[in-house]
Design a protein around this ligand. Structure first.
Ligand code: FAE
Length: 561
């Protein structure tokens, strides 16, 4: 058994190494296509098309694949690795760029404290969740429109943050890799075998993602974690439990940051606009392994506009290729037998709703577009006493959560979040995950051709009520108050955005129990859209583990049989 594990691990590292080299070579050559061929010495073979080389696209370009995956986030990356492993010729299409080549400042990503175009997806100004300080609009800054790494999709009563680039949300997220309580998992996905998930797929996902735990000395002694220790003590004063939160940020790297021997990433305001070091994002893990199989090609800056089906039952994709400044370089047509949507809760749902309601895939069922939730996200902040500073410098990687999920009336799991501003502000910031039962849906507008999220402002109230119950208690136990100057409109609770979009194509409703769209053969969803609106914790570990489970059955029953 041990021998088998060691053999598997060395296969995994070799593949990861080959894939990482391919991703690295592609970025050095400024290419938008990554495959193992990119290790060849002939750049013409490597990159059939370099951005800008031909505005019309090239006739030499391969256009038919056994499988195409839309999106390179968690669900897409897992699907690609497993298809690549069994020899399926797979193309991944990603609308964002490959984040591996430095800008003029020598770094790939910009810092939160000094954002530029790399921060956001084609915006004139950054749109950070915490937009003010002392009621002054001092946080957001004007930037050049560019294919930046973080996008904020603004719908009428809800904004959704998503990652853009090869690696999807893994490029911008806080890396918190949390397993949901088993009882709650059973409640939200009763048709999934929980014992199998907890015995097999959560551990498998954790291993591939590189999940690790904060060392005690860092958490207990580093000045960069003063904010976390303060938040923990104040929660304990109010009688709440706290728990350690595992992460994919490499804590041994962070220890070197603490010692001052390496480039500071988490310790120098890098996270939502990307980390230049330390973070095990998907391009370093699953995607590198997938490319390392030799059967997976990634095309970045390729956005899927439309999906249809032809008389052979093959899926046809209309795809726009842009450069980093948004110029249209080419329009491509790709086709495949097996199509997997891994474009995230909003991306995948939008594409399917549009395909159904514009008549391209008219038989898709009416559950497609329903059951969307924001994981009950609410952000709030408290003002501490002068004698409880939270630290001039703060690590951007959260390591502690306040865990009151067992509360029968107001279940909350709240991340003790950093607010690295470079000066002492005495603020404790939190991202609360609550059990909000409200659900939204997506509607296609035939006039604009756009798909909109329908979510009412009142639907946020259950989340605010639960978060308020927790933080009223913490304030009262510590004789503190909320901060009203950070989120606009004198609000103590930011309830108009989410980091955790979930649902839209819910498992066993819009799809079968493994993500197959029931009305069309060989059409699948394998990402956050499958999860019915809430996970009770930060969601990417659940998305990854569920994707592992689904693709295993899909490969066995639909692809290899
Ligand atoms: P996702 O990772 O969003 O990937 C979808 C990909 O598809 C993206 O790369 C898109 O650019 C691409 N795409 C979309 N539409 C198209 C199209 N038409 N054509 C081509 N490509 C397309 O999907 N979760 C945690 O568990 N822990 C955390 O600490 C955490 N922190 C977060 C912090 C921030 C700021 C944000 C924004 C999110 C955070 N999340 C966190 C949420 C987590 O990143 C998210 O649940 C997953 O990334 C969702 O994974 P999916 O595979 O569903």
């Amino acid at each position: 058994m041990r021998k088998k594990n060691l053999k598997n691990q060395s296969k995994l590292s070799r593949r990861r190494f080959l894939g990482l080299s391919a991703i690295g070579t592609a970025s050095i050559m400024g290419a938008s296509t990554v495959s193992l061929l990119s290790c060849s010495s002939d750049p013409k073979i490597l990159f059939p098309k370099k951005p800008g080389s031909s505005p019309q696209g090239t006739s030499l370009e391969k256009s038919e694949y056994s499988a195409i995956i839309i999106g390179t986030g968690y669900g897409g990356a897992v699907s690609a690795l497993r298809l690549g492993e069994v020899g399926v010729d797979t193309l991944m299409l990603e609308m964002g760029r490959l984040w591996d080549s430095p800008g003029a400042d020598g770094q790939v990503f910009c810092k939160m404290t000094n954002p530029d175009g790399r921060a956001m997806w084609f915006k004139n100004r950054t749109e950070a969740p915490l937009s003010q300080f002392l009621w002054i609009d001092a946080v957001n800054q004007n930037i050049e429109p560019y294919a930046g790494v973080l996008d904020r999709l603004n719908y009428e009563n809800m904004s959704v943050y998503v990652g853009r680039g090869v690696g999807g949300g893994s490029l911008v997220n806080g890396g918190m890799a949390v397993t949901p309580p088993m009882d709650y998992f059973r409640e939200i996905l009763p048709q999934v075998d929980a014992a199998e998930m907890y015995g097999k797929y959560f551990p498998l996902a954790s291993m591939h993602l590189g999940v690790n735990h904060v060392p005690t000395d860092l958490l207990e002694e580093s000045s960069y974690y003063r904010f976390a220790r303060e938040g923990r003590e104040q929660a304990h004063n109010a009688g709440f439990r706290t728990s350690l939160v595992p992460n994919v940020y490499d804590f041994s790297y962070m220890q070197s940051e603490e010692q001052g021997t390496v480039y500071k990433s988490a310790f120098d305001a890098e996270v939502i606009y990307g980390n230049n070091a330390g973070k095990r994002s998907l391009d370093k893990t699953y995607l590198a392994e997938a490319v390392g199989t030799g059967n997976v090609t990634i095309k970045a800056l390729h956005r899927v506009e439309e999906i249809s089906i032809d008389s052979r039952g093959y899926y046809n994709l209309e795809v726009s290729q842009i450069d980093e400044y948004g110029n249209l370089l080419a329009q491509h047509h790709f086709s495949c037998k097996h199509l997997i949507l891994g474009a995230g809760s909003v991306g995948s749902t939008e594409m399917l709703v549009k395909a159904r309601d514009s008549g391209k895939l008219p038989n898709l069922n009416s559950e497609v577009g329903k059951g969307w939730g924001n994981n009950g996200n609410v952000m709030t902040a408290r003002a501490n006493h002068m004698w409880n500073p939270t630290g001039i410098k703060q690590s951007t990687i959260p390591t502690l959560g306040i865990n009151d999920w067992d509360n029968p009336v107001n279940p909350v799991f709240a991340e003790i979040a950093p607010l690295p501003a470079g000066f002492e502000h005495w603020i404790s910031l939190y991202l609360a995950i609550t059990k909000n039962p409200e659900r939204g849906h997506f509607e296609f507008d035939p006039v604009t051709g756009k798909v909109n999220l329908k979510w009412g402002a009142a639907q946020n109230q259950p989340s605010v009520d639960s978060a308020k119950a927790m933080f009223d208690k913490i304030n009262s136990a510590n004789f503190t108050i909320y901060r009203y100057d950070l989120f606009g409109d004198n609000k103590a609770f930011a309830d108009d955005f989410t980091y955790h979009p979930l649902g839209g194509c819910v498992l066993d409703k819009a799809t079968d129990n493994f993500g197959r769209l029931k009305e069309y053969e060989n059409l699948y969803v394998n990402d956050g859209s499958l999860i019915p609106g809430n996970t009770g914790v930060n969601p990417f570990l659940t998305i990854t583990a569920l994707a592992e489970r689904n693709i295993e059955t899909i490969i066995k029953e639909d692809i290899l049989s």
